[in-house]
Unconditional design. Structure first.
Lengths: 95, 506
């Protein structure tokens, strides 16, 4: 099964700017994915993997917080809506 | 909006971080004038109609964060006016605690019912038939509400088969359980301070970020800088507040790193309070001296109960709160210490100003404000070594005080231990509207024999105005921490009995 891997930075600046809430909105997509599969909006099953990774292995980045990475694409000053819609696009993407 | 990070949340938190940074600088604090430009950069507005207005609002928030009053809108005053007077190592406060920044207020309409475009002009139009004041009629084939007649009973909205009639409320007033939000001459929110009990729910519910409370972080940092012996007492709701990397042991380590010499759990004071309230119940309720006993740890709940139900005020336990008990334990051991209560609560700031408590608690700050201090210090939890001082800490009962229902359970468990044959009924309410309903029943004699717990915030302290984490996450984290306690019930920790009656009397 193809994977959608999400890494959320949980450094102090990112937590202050809502990275935990972004993580919760990403987790909420598991249920939505099932619903979209039932409605045939998603053709192929994907596995959603959510991990925390302080500063995505890099240096501190207060001005860019919160930071999230989805399948290698880095979101600076991330917000829930952009991250969620990108993940949904990854779900829908065909081979 | 709890549990959702919005631009409003971010600005509120950025203000705390920037004020903490400013406080660590020395000398002249007039640099506060520059902070609005750091928080609101650029030349064009991002949130409101004007970038100048955005910065002016941030200016007011900065003033409140250093403890200063709002500026009068019609007089010249720099943001920094008075800041050097507020840069002291003591509590700096003049009422009110909770402030409406009037020019940030959207002047939302007070509660009203409106017919929306979902109205299908149906033939039945039950909306008209159920209205007791003939305010609903059919105009141009569609339902119409005459607001001058409407008494806001909501029957039309309930009757509509298309849910086409909506109730709109001001979010601040909807969050206020004591009807303290009124209007000024421009229709903007105005707090009636005779009614307000400082729970802070309005300030986290305003989508225009127009309400804020005063903070003491600026003065606390002055005390830390001066080298005072600063000791923290952390409320039970602290667990899980600072992100996934911040275990209770890491939070201890972080507090030490920013200058706290010792860290106490307020849950220890809660253990004493639980046993004392259990004894108070056993002494008074089964013997008929009191019809019921209400717990005393939430100051907003107590204020509301005393204001609105004076005839049953004597049924509220007169024990001091866990904050005060813990502070007195600290002061006994460390007489020169400055005690800092760190909690989720706006109302505790006011409680600590009371004449009989002032000498016990020196500063009160919230979790959100503390996170600003952590950020200003460059604290990263993953870089810190665990500080295991919470071993031999509070019991599961005491650690459960931050979650709605936890206080009643703690006291009832103690009653079972102390008087196994006694049957005790409990009830609890969260949110002041529900608290009022519970006390109305109690007043009518329908809660006789009960132990009653009231919490002003939905979810209990974990839903307080100064929290960072969503309520479900905080509850889970709090329960996990409570499960690690050596003792489950306050009475099982024998050291609690040595402390009874010593720290909670007025």
């Amino acid at each position: 099964m193809k994977k959608v891997e999400v890494k959320v930075c949980v450094c102090t600046a990112c937590v202050m700017n809502g990275s935990v809430e972004i993580m919760e909105s990403v987790e909420s997509l598991r249920h939505l994915r099932e619903q979209m599969e039932d409605d045939d909006m998603i053709q192929e099953k994907r596995e959603l993997i959510v991990t925390t990774d302080k500063c995505l292995g890099g240096v501190s980045h207060e001005a860019d917080s919160p930071m999230v990475e989805v399948n290698g694409k880095v979101f600076s000053k991330a917000d829930s809506e952009s991250v969620m819609s990108y993940i949904i696009d990854c779900f829908k993407e065909e081979e | 909006m709890r549990g959702i990070t919005t631009p409003v949340t971010k600005i509120r938190r950025q203000v705390f971080t920037e004020i903490a940074r400013l406080a660590y600088e020395d000398g002249d604090y007039s640099r506060i004038e520059e902070i609005p430009y750091a928080i609101i950069p650029g030349e064009s507005a991002s949130y409101r109609d004007s970038v100048f207005k955005e910065r002016a609002i941030v200016g007011e928030r900065l003033r409140l964060a250093v403890g200063l009053p709002l500026r009068p809108v019609d007089q010249h005053a720099p943001v920094s006016q008075g800041i050097n007077d507020s840069a002291i190592a003591d509590m700096f406060y003049e009422p009110p605690l909770i402030n409406v920044i009037s020019f940030a207020c959207n002047a939302c309409e007070e509660t009203s019912y409106t017919v929306t475009d979902l109205c299908r002009s149906c033939i039945a139009h039950p909306c008209t038939a159920v209205c007791p004041v003939k305010a609903v009629s059919i105009v141009n084939g569609r339902s119409f509400i005459d607001k001058s007649k409407c008494v806001k009973c909501g029957r039309c909205a309930q009757a509509c088969p298309y849910t086409a009639i909506v109730k709109s409320e001001r979010p601040c007033a909807a969050a206020c359980g004591v009807n303290a939000i009124e209007s000024d001459e421009y229709g903007r929110a105005k707090i009636n301070y005779d009614k307000c009990v400082s729970c802070g729910q309005c300030l986290v519910s305003c989508p225009f970020s127009a309400i804020a409370d005063k903070s003491q972080i600026f003065q606390l940092i002055q005390a830390i800088k001066r080298g005072d012996e600063v000791i923290a007492e952390v409320a039970p709701a602290f667990v899980g507040q600072f992100g996934p990397l911040a275990s209770p042991e890491k939070v201890r380590a972080a507090l030490r790193k920013i200058g706290f010499e010792h860290i106490y759990e307020v849950a220890r004071g809660a253990d004493i309070g639980a046993v004392e309230e259990a004894e108070e119940y056993i002494k008074n309720v089964p013997t008929g001296k009191l019809p019921f006993l209400a717990t005393s740890c939430c100051p907003s709940w107590i204020m509301m109960a005393k204001q609105q139900f004076p005839e049953i005020a004597h049924c509220i336990s007169d024990s001091m709160t866990p904050m005060v008990a813990t502070a007195r334990i600290i002061k006994e051991k460390h007489p020169n210490a400055r005690v800092v209560f760190i909690g989720p609560c706006a109302s505790k700031k006011l409680e600590a100003m009371r004449a009989d408590i002032r000498s016990d608690v020196d500063f009160v700050i919230t979790f959100e404000e503390l996170m600003g201090i952590f950020q200003a210090n460059g604290i990263e939890f993953s870089d810190l070594q665990d500080d295991t001082g919470f071993n031999h800490g509070a019991t599961s009962s005491g650690r459960g005080y931050g979650i709605a229902g936890g206080v009643a359970k703690a006291v009832a468990d103690c009653i079972h231990e102390l008087a196994p044959d006694l049957e005790v009924k409990t009830d609890h309410a969260e949110g002041l509207v529900e608290c009022k309903k519970m006390l109305t029943l109690a007043k009518l004699g329908k809660r006789d024999g009960y132990l009653l717990e009231g919490m002003a915030c939905p979810g209990g302290c974990v839903g307080g105005a100064g929290t960072l984490t969503s309520i479900p996450k905080a509850i889970k984290a709090g329960q996990d921490f409570a499960a690690q306690s050596e003792f489950k019930i306050s009475t099982q920790d024998e050291t609690v009995f040595e402390k009874l009656g010593k720290y909670t009397k007025k």
